[in-house]
Design a protein around this ligand. Structure first.
Ligand code: XMP
Length: 323
């Protein structure tokens, strides 16, 4: 019968056999899938695995620290962190078009990741033969079900593989559904915040700023997003919603009043949705008192934000993300 213990044992054995005395690389995104895949492979082959985490500066508050500290503490994994914030900001300067932003972020990500790979190979030699992917069963079905190939839908994963992939793939989660992956992660002792993390797009906060992406705007959005997440968690609503994007309308200004003065700031949009699979979604009917608390805190605590609005559009016609 299916137990997380069986799955772990089975995979650990299979990975050991597959890898032998060679070495493997795994990209960590901060998400559940790559974290659980890496933890499993780490359990199997220990220091023969090196993980790479590209910090593109578009992460939410505390997420990079979660990977750098909590994930490493829980797994003992060997981790290479690449701080690429400046590079991404530079590449994104002056760009407002959503598709262009996505392309730039995807392209830069692959470049930085490949560079890190090359450095690891330079350090560790030609024994680096394997790449770990957090492919789940629904991904396998969606992409036609090949084995051991690089056939991963790249639009959904900012770590999308380069075309000329030369690694053999290790995909320890390819028979599992999301809830099973979470159970395996829990069994492996990963922190709750990582195992229960809600979906977050690869391009990160870069596609939650309507307008140009700047460091200052990212910092504002990070604060507002952290407040919304904090209050949703405090209200015990994390499991009731699929996710709640928080969007900064940086190209829009609205008049407000604060203390004795007129303000001219930006609106923040809350986009809480319920969904089974993100293909369709409905806007979540959050309790008014929770919305009120989020609104009050964001307008009080986040500089330059003087208005909070609620997105009440289902998908379709609206997508979950604004860009
Ligand atoms: P949309 O906006 O298309 O989003 O309704 C559906 C789900 O996918 C997530 N999303 C992404 N995830 N890379 C990802 O890994 C992406 O580029 C990306 N774009 C959207 C979104 O957060 C939602 O859960």
């Amino acid at each position: 019968s299916w137990t997380t213990g069986n799955v772990i044992e089975e995979q650990v054995e299979a990975i050991r056999e597959q890898v032998g005395d060679k070495r493997a690389i795994c990209g960590l995104s901060g998400g559940v899938d790559s974290a659980v895949a890496a933890a499993l492979v780490q359990k199997a082959i220990g220091s023969q695995l090196t993980c790479v985490y590209v910090d593109h500066g578009l992460m939410r508050k505390g997420e990079t620290e979660q990977v750098e500290k909590d994930f490493v503490a829980a797994t003992g994994v060997q981790l290479k962190v690449v701080d690429a914030e400046e590079r991404f900001l530079k590449a994104l300067a002056g760009v407002s078009d959503p598709e262009e932003k996505r392309k730039i972020i995807g392209r830069e990500f692959i470049r930085v990741f490949e560079q890190a790979q090359a450095e690891i190979i330079a350090d560790e030699g030609p024994a680096v033969e394997f790449l770990v992917q957090g492919t789940l069963y629904p991904d396998v079905v969606e992409s036609g079900g090949g084995t051991g190939t690089a056939n991963i839908k790249s639009h959904h994963n900012v770590g999308g593989l380069p075309e000329d992939l030369e690694f053999k793939l290790i995909e320890p989660l390819r028979k599992l559904f999301k809830d099973e992956v979470r159970m395996v992660g829990q069994e492996l002792g990963l922190p709750e915040e990582i195992v229960q993390r809600q979906p977050f797009p690869g391009p990160g906060l870069g596609i939650r700023i309507v307008g140009e992406v700047t460091k200052e705007r990212l910092d504002l959005l990070r604060e507002a997003d952290a407040i919304a997440r904090e209050e949703l968690t405090a209200a015990g609503l994390d499991r009731d919603i699929w996710q709640c994007p928080v969007v900064l309308l940086a190209d829009v200004r609205s008049v407000g009043v604060q203390g004795d003065g007129r303000t001219y700031g930006h609106p923040i949009v809350l986009r809480p949705v319920s969904s089974e699979d993100a293909m369709t979604a409905d806007w979540s009917r959050l309790p008014y008192d929770v919305l009120a608390k989020i609104s009050t805190r964001i307008t009080n605590e986040v500089r330059d934000v003087n208005r909070v609005v609620l997105d009440v559009t289902s998908k379709p016609p609206g997508t979950i993300e604004w860009e």
